[in-house]
Ligand binder design. Structure first.
Ligand SMILES: Cc1ncc(COP(=O)(O)O)c(C=O)c1O
Length: 393
C-alpha cells in the first residue's frame, strides 16, 4: 500500500515531494513529509477493529518502558506509538472551542511553534516584517532567524491605552512592502487590549493598499495567547481578510503551559503553507489528550479566568494603594511602572531575595523602568503584596 494523506492533515500537501509557492510571497514551501495514515484510518479502510492493527511501519517499540506505567497512568499503553498523525480528536475539540472548521486549525507545540512556523511560511531572506511594539520578543526573533528585517511601529502611549497606531502600521507596510505583520492581542507586556473592530480597520487599510498597488496584502498574524481573558477574538475577521492567521494556546487561560499545545488558525489556503513546515507529530500523545479534554471542558478555563481576574483586580488595587503605578490590565499579568530603571531594578532585587521573581526589562527596553508581575494564587499574591509594602514606589 502506498502512503496516504492521513485525514487529519487535511491541509497538508498531498505530494510529499512537491515544492510550491506559498501565497505569492516568494517563499517556497519545502518538501513536506507525508504523514503515515492513522491507525483509525487503516482500521476503517480495511474493515478491521482498531485493536487488530499492528504498526510494522513506523519503527516504534511494542511496549513502553516499565517506569512509564507509574508516571503516565492511563496513557501507558499508547506511549510506545506515535500520536495519530491527524490529531483528529484534538482538532475536533479545537474547532468546536474556537468556532472554526477542522481544516482551519493546526495543532502545534505551543503558540511558539505556531509563531515559528508562520515566519518560516511567510518570510524569506531580505523580506520585511512589521511588528507593533513593545510586545512579545518572539516575533522579532523568529523573523530575524529567517533573515527578515523587522520594522517596529510603536503603540500609542499609556494615556491612549497602548492602542495600535493603525495609520502608522499601514504606512510601514506600504513603505517596506512588508510580507508579515505581527500583532499581539491582548498585548504582552502592556496587558492592554485592542477591540477587534480596530484590527479590522487595519486589515481593511492593508487590503485597500494592496489593491491600489496591485499586490498581495501581507499575512497578519494575531497572537491571541491571552484572548480568553478578554473574551474576544479576531477570528471572525478571517472571512473578510483571508490572510489573517490567529494563534491560540492552552498555556494561559487553560493553565496548561507544561503541556505545550497551541494552534495556528486560518483559512485553509492560508494555513496550508504553515502546515508544510511542521515536523510530523510535534505534539505528544499525552499533551494532545490533555489539551483535548481541556477544550472540551471550557468551564475549567472560564473558572480560571474568573479567579485570575479577581486576583488581578485585587493586586492592582492593593499595589496602587501602596503608591505603585500598575497599568490597567486585561490579562493575567500586570505591568507596573517605577520612578526609574534603577528603582525597578531595586524593587526586583528585594522581591528576588524573598524568592518572588518579577519579569524585568533590559536597560534599552521602553519598559526598563517597569516590572511585569504575573497574577498567581491568593496566597502567592499575598506574599508578593507583603514584600511590596517594604519597597518604595
Ligand atoms: C504573547 C505570547 N505568545 C506566545 C507565548 C508562548 O505561548 P506557548 O506557551 O503556547 O508557546 C507567550 C508566553 O508567554 C506569550 O506571552
Amino acid at each position: 500500500m502506498t502512503q496516504v494523506q492521513g485525514p487529519a492533515s487535511p491541509v497538508g500537501p498531498a505530494d510529499g515531494g512537491a515544492t510550491g509557492s506559498a501565497g505569492g510571497d516568494g517563499v517556497r514551501t519545502p518538501p513536506t513529509y507525508v504523514w503515515e495514515p492513522t491507525t483509525e484510518f487503516l482500521a476503517a479502510s480495511y474493515g478491521l477493529p482498531r485493536e487488530a492493527i499492528v504498526r510494522f511501519d513506523v519503527n516504534t517499540s511494542p511496549v513502553p518502558p516499565d517506569m512509564a506505567a507509574v508516571l503516565a497512568g492511563p496513557f501507558f499503553p499508547v506511549l510506545s506509538e506515535y500520536p495519530p498523525s491527524d490529531y483528529a480528536a484534538l482538532v475536533a475539540a479545537g474547532a468546536a472551542a474556537y468556532g472554526v472548521a477542522p481544516e482551519e486549525l493546526l495543532p502545534t507545540a505551543g503558540a511558539d511553534e505556531a509563531l515559528d512556523l508562520s515566519a518560516r511560511a511567510f518570510l524569506r531572506e531580505g523580506a520585511t516584517a512589521v511588528v507593533a511594539t513593545p510586545t512579545y520578543a518572539m516575533y522579532r526573533i523568529v523573523s530575524e532567524q529567517r533573515g527578515a528585517r523587522v520594522v517596529g511601529v510603536p503603540r500609542l502611549g499609556p494615556s491612549l491605552g497602548f492602542a495600535l497606531d493603525v495609520p502608522a502600521l499601514a504606512a510601514a507596510v506600504s513603505e517596506h512592502d512588508a510580507r508579515l505583520v505581527w500583532l499581539c492581542e491582548p498585548n504582552n507586556p502592556t496587558g492592554s487590549y485592542e477591540p477587534p473592530e480596530r484590527i479590522g480597520r487595519l486589515l481593511a487599510a492593508l487590503e485597500a493598499a494592496a489593491v491600489a498597488a496591485r499586490s498581495t496584502p501581507p499575512v497578519v498574524v494575531v497572537d491571541e495567547a491571552y484572548a480568553e481573558f478578554v473574551g474576544h477574538s479576531t477570528l471572525e475577521l478571517r472571512h473578510d481578510y483571508p490572510r489573517l492567521v490567529v494563534i491560540r494556546t492552552l498555556s494561559k487561560a487553560h493553565a496548561l503551559a507544561g503541556v505545550r499545545v497551541g494552534f495556528a488558525v486560518a483559512r485553509h489556503e492560508t494555513l496550508a503553507p504553515i502546515v508544510s513546515f511542521r515536523a510530523p507529530a510535534s505534539v505528544g500523545t499525552v499533551s494532545a489528550a490533555l489539551a483535548e479534554a481541556a477544550l472540551r471542558n471550557p468551564r475549567l478555563a472560564a473558572e480560571n479566568v474568573a479567579r485570575i481576574a479577581e486576583q488581578r483586580d485585587r493586586m492592582s488595587r492593593e499595589l496602587a494603594a501602596l503608591g505603585w503605578a500598575p497599568y490597567p490590565s486585561r490579562t493575567n499579568f500586570i505591568l507596573v511602572r517605577f520612578s526609574s530603571p534603577a528603582a525597578a531594578a531595586a524593587a526586583a532585587e528585594t522581591l528576588l531575595r524573598r524568592g518572588l521573581v518579577p519579569r524585568q526589562f533590559d536597560g534599552d527596553h521602553p519598559f526598563a523602568d517597569c516590572l511585569r508581575l504575573t497574577v498567581r494564587s491568593d496566597e502567592e499574591n499575598t506574599r508578593l503584596l507583603d514584600v511590596a509594602r517594604e519597597i518604595p514606589a
